[in-house]
Write a protein that binds this ligand. Sequence first.
Ligand SMILES: Nc1nc2c(c(=O)[nH]1)N[C@H]1C(S)=C(S)[C@@H](COP(=O)(O)O)O[C@H]1N2
Ligand SMILES: [Mo]
Length: 452
Amino acid sequence: MSEEKITMPVSGDEQAVASEARRSFLRKSVAVAGGALAAGTVAGRAVASDVVKDPLPIPPTNKMLGRGVVSVPYGMPSKFEAHVVRRNVEWLTPDTIASISFTPLQDLEGIITPAGLHFERYHGGAVDIDPATHRLVIHGMVEKPMIFTIEDLKRLPQKSGVWFMECPANGGMEWRGVQMDSLQFTHGMISCSEWVGVSLLDLMKAVGVKKEATWFYAEGADGSALQRSIPLPGAKDQFGKPIPDADKIYKDVIVAYAQNGEALRPENGYPIRLVVPGCEANLSIKHLRRIKFSNKPLVTYQETRHYTDGMPDGRFRQFTLINEANSVITFPCPDKKLPGKGAYEVRGLAWSGRGKVKAVDVSVDGGKTWKEAKLVEPVFSKCLTRFTMPWEWDGKETLIMSRVTDETGYTQPTLRQLRKERGTNSIYHKNSIQTWKIEANGEVKNVQIENL
Ligand SMILES: Nc1nc2c(c(=O)[nH]1)N[C@H]1C(S)=C(S)[C@@H](COP(=O)(O)O)O[C@H]1N2
Ligand SMILES: [Mo]
């Protein structure tokens, strides 16, 4: 819309503001045209969607257009963002009781997932539990079994962290080949929040966990009553084999009651859930009703039929709890094609269940050469980390990919390496390098290349 078309009466004040805005915009556009400003350039090229003409079409104010300010008791995103929603894959969870909805990673910036877009996974249907009547029972191998109300938990010292939550089935549909032409479905079973609650260590102290306890079970109050066994130091499996990292996993665990500044959402476990940072999200039991200490794992349906990794020899690995380092380019991606050749910033997300992301390399030539991307602050442990890299696209077909290395020195495998070690019988823990094919028309395709 051009400035001339605005016929609404303008007050003196607004005129002053509008003309100051015009002057400052002019100063900025002159600077950009002269190439003097670093802002507004990518890969050394100026980026502007239009050549500026004078007089400039300054956007009108709300008041000039006669629109009122919208105020609601609880704010929602702009109606122009209505496409940014969780989505389901219909054939994956045809019944609505066992459901998975995926986070729209292609539309998110930074590292925090708004609670309403946090992916959501239910084995037995969602519930919304009254916090006034809910209780957390802690029992088993303890000196003093205890029952906590939500108010009791909130009086204890707080512990919080910004941690990702990832279902180990993230990417699971792609083990045998390409299946989903959307970033939302290839990687959208990961989200990241600031979680606030009570440290498990404090609760363990309160009930006096006995020395013999080497496991605890956590159980939910929803339809599935999902139960998982979580190792403590010295934990062994049902065959007597030590559980790797049993001395690390439990230390960060919290019983959370808040997520991104407000109470947990019902879909994410209201009023309390376990959060087991860095580990497969099915350990993070929602609607937590019970923690029981023991000296052996439960070996439930959920720990045998599900959440075990099929190996090439037909056997299954069990209790592979930590999510290894992984990364993906979120722009461009199948959901966000390139409008034409020129300067861009490649953007993506990297994470590791073992700590901080140390480095991310990006290739824009099918893995022939790699360049280190910039990590965007903040970089937290067991948290999504944003990376960026400037890129001048020449308009030719190419393959792009990212590869993360975490603070332990572990580097994300290629798909070929992963398949060599783990075959294609698995559903869980697929963290191989994701390749996107950029076509000459700017469209982006999900591909799996044999030698990568
Ligand atoms: N009570 C309960 N907790 C649960 C589940 C469930 O079905 N019921 N699903 C688990 C699984 S498989 C995952 S991946 C995570 C997902 O957490 P979210 O729904 O908050 O994303 O919750 C876990 N905790
Ligand atoms: Mo899951």
